[in-house]
Design a protein around this ligand. Structure first.
Ligand code: SF4
Length: 165
């Protein structure tokens, strides 16, 4: 099964009336589904590598915007869609719900000044301007894995105390 066939199956289960014509022009048409959807219990390191490969397929895809919009609208719980991982889409959803709130600034504990600055810059580039992790990392001249780790920790630190209890 190819990626778009897989995406099509999910789509048919979730939104019957939505137009899915964009799938015909998908860059992932002939790519394996396993590149976009990882197996259960996938190790984080393997997941990082797989997702970056999937994103490379998405980057030049002409229907990326429609694909991402579809995934966001239907709340796709897994997979890389429109060049974004599940975690990134969750971040985007959180960003949309907190649109009026000021940018999160992580507490100083557990973060060096450099990490805090990188976190804040990544929030600006990714959550506000919609850059992909790899693009933001390149722009900030930091390794993508390090930036991913900083973002994960930054989100934990900036989460309200009530949501971590
Ligand atoms: S953006 Fe990525 S997942 Fe979406 S159709 Fe294009 S290649 Fe496939």
């Amino acid at each position: 099964m190819t990626a778009t066939q897989g995406i099509g199956r999910v789509a048919r289960r979730t939104v019957h009336h939505a137009s899915l014509a964009w799938r015909d022009d998908a860059e992932c048409r002939d790519k394996p589904l396993g590149l976009f959807f990882g197996p259960d219990g996938e190790r984080q390191a393997d997941r990082d590598v797989r997702e970056e490969k999937a994103k490379r397929v998405c980057r030049p895809c002409g229907v990326r915007t429609a694909c991402l919009a579809y995934a966001m609208a239907t709340g796709q719980p897994a997979g890389v869609w429109g060049g974004e991982t599940t975690e990134e889409r969750r971040g985007e959803r959180r960003r949309q719900t907190r649109k009026a709130a000021p940018p999160p600034v992580p507490a100083s504990q557990g973060f060096t000044k450099r990490e805090a600055d990188l976190y804040t810059a990544s929030v600006h580039l990714m959550d506000r301007k919609g850059r992909l992790l790899a693009d933001a990392a390149a722009e900030l001249r930091v390794d993508a894995r390090e930036l991913r780790s900083i973002r994960r920790r930054g989100r934990q630190l900036s989460r309200p105390a009530s949501s971590t209890a």
